[in-house]
Design a protein around this ligand. Sequence first.
Ligand code: NDP
Length: 328
Amino acid sequence: MTETAKTVIIEEHGGPEALKLVDREVGEPGEGEIRIRHAACGLNFIDCYQRSGLYPMELPHALGMEASGTIEAVGPGVTHLAVGDRAAYAAVPPGAYAEARVMPAAQVCKLPDAISFEEGAAMMLKGLTVQYLFHRTTPLKAGDTVLFHAAAGGVGLIACQWAKSEGIRLIGTAGSEEKCQLALEHGADACINYATEDWVARVRELTDGKGVDVVMDSVGKETFEGSLDCLKPLGMMISFGNASGAVEAFNLGLLAQKGSLKVTRPTLFAHIALHEACQDMAAMLFDKVASGAVKIRIDQRFPLAEVAAAHRALEARQTTGQTILTLD
Ligand code: NDP
């Protein structure tokens, strides 16, 4: 008998209504692959970009980039995982919104016993992102100041705690007083309500007019220019997301005018493309969580069948911290 698993797919790009729960064949792992039975799946903003078509994909396609579960079968050539291992991953191709799947093994990591399946599902994509933002994108040292937008979100609350644990001063922004409070409770040194305050002026005040060393901006279109104005001369703008829409083309000369600024537009998937790099980054993330330096705060849980409601909540800015999809 062929085994099937409930899987969320899109047949065309669109709103949350485009998400369809179907039964899909799972199959056996081939060379370099594993089959994993998921315990929980993580929700990420990138899933919304893929669903809407901001990041186009070949259709039909399964969605979801992060999950945890138990290894059920291991294909030839896979040596770092065995049947029965607890595991978690952030990986391409999308397809994590599913009860089970076959997938490449390289980015799948053994999950330490100290970390629960729910934490594993919630933390891999966002936590590995914070790892590469703080350790692989630009040199950062204790005492440096970072401006981090959407600091109460999934990536944001991990970043607040990570910065604290490294002695980096993090100034957050968030869209309400409650969200700012949450960022402060998770280690942000200050948090600006960018819905009501002149956040560029506040950043200048908080840095005695100097500006910050680095901006980490995942809001995109609405904050890009203001973010450049928050930087010190020679500062680094890391534009890593588009929650408010994609950043528009701009005059490179602006970077010279504002003091020889640097801009980069990284993606996690380039950083974890190599197996060894991915496993090393995950080891550091697991240490941060297992040691208690970073706590994974799951504020929303939706059953897999209610994935559309989860997308609506994320896009309506109603979520804080991590969101997972649960499986029966
Ligand atoms: P979040 O939980 O942070 O949710 C997004 C948050 O962005 C919202 O809660 C909201 O917070 C803020 N936001 C600002 N403007 C808007 C808007 N117009 N519509 C919706 N939200 C808005 O999501 P994730 O933790 O999953 O991801 C955070 C960001 O990081 C995303 O942009 C994502 O694409 C990016 N990312 C990039 C990666 C990369 O490697 N390049 C990897 C992982 C994530 P508030 O109300 O406080 O403004």
